[in-house]
Design a protein around this ligand. Structure first.
Ligand code: ZN
Length: 162
């Protein structure tokens, strides 16, 4: 296997800028390059697909549509739950991210859309659902994953363990 291009099963380090609606939402400038394990759903599918085959040092602009990014906005993906079902010591605020377990035992991320004394309305859309994502990415490193990374299905870096 040729290891000097981005391909499934390698850990990719990339510098990136994410622009949505003309505004920079996220960038590696502050935190440093992002590492991901290609082929393991670590990044949005539309970006990963365009990065396959890139070489170290290569950069690219990639536009990702909602269906290849964080999904289309789903107006039905809201749920109102009694406030009593949430931990009583939880400080609610709009936009708060919650881990919710559904009836099938699946973990899902939800965001508090609104709340009152009785009920909390949860939004199961990703905050970037429906958004067109414009990435500028540059591949700055490629390496084999460790056994632990393969086992976990994601990349580890020095100060970011899961
Ligand atoms: Zn891990």
């Amino acid at each position: 296997m040729n290891k000097d291009t981005v391909q499934n099963g390698l850990v990719v380090s990339m510098e990136y800028t994410l622009i949505v609606d003309g505004e920079v939402l996220d960038s590696s400038k502050d935190a440093g390059p992002l590492q991901f394990l290609a082929g393991h759903d670590n990044i949005v599918p539309g970006l990963e697909r365009e990065m396959i085959g890139m070489k170290i040092g290569e950069s690219k602009d990639v536009v990702v549509s909602p269906e290849d990014g964080y999904g289309e906005f789903d107006g039905e993906a809201f749920l109102e739950v009694p406030r009593a079902e949430l931990p009583s010591d939880m400080e609610l605020e709009v936009g708060l991210e919650l881990n919710v377990t559904d009836e099938d035992g699946e973990n899902q991320i939800a965001f508090v859309e609104s709340f009152d004394d009785e009920n909390v309305r949860l939004d199961f859309n990703h905050p970037l659902a429906g958004a067109e994502l414009k990435f500028n990415v540059k591949v700055v490193g490629l390496r084999e994953p460790t056994a632990e990374e393969l086992d976990h299905g994601h990349a580890h870096d020095d100060d970011h363990h899961h």
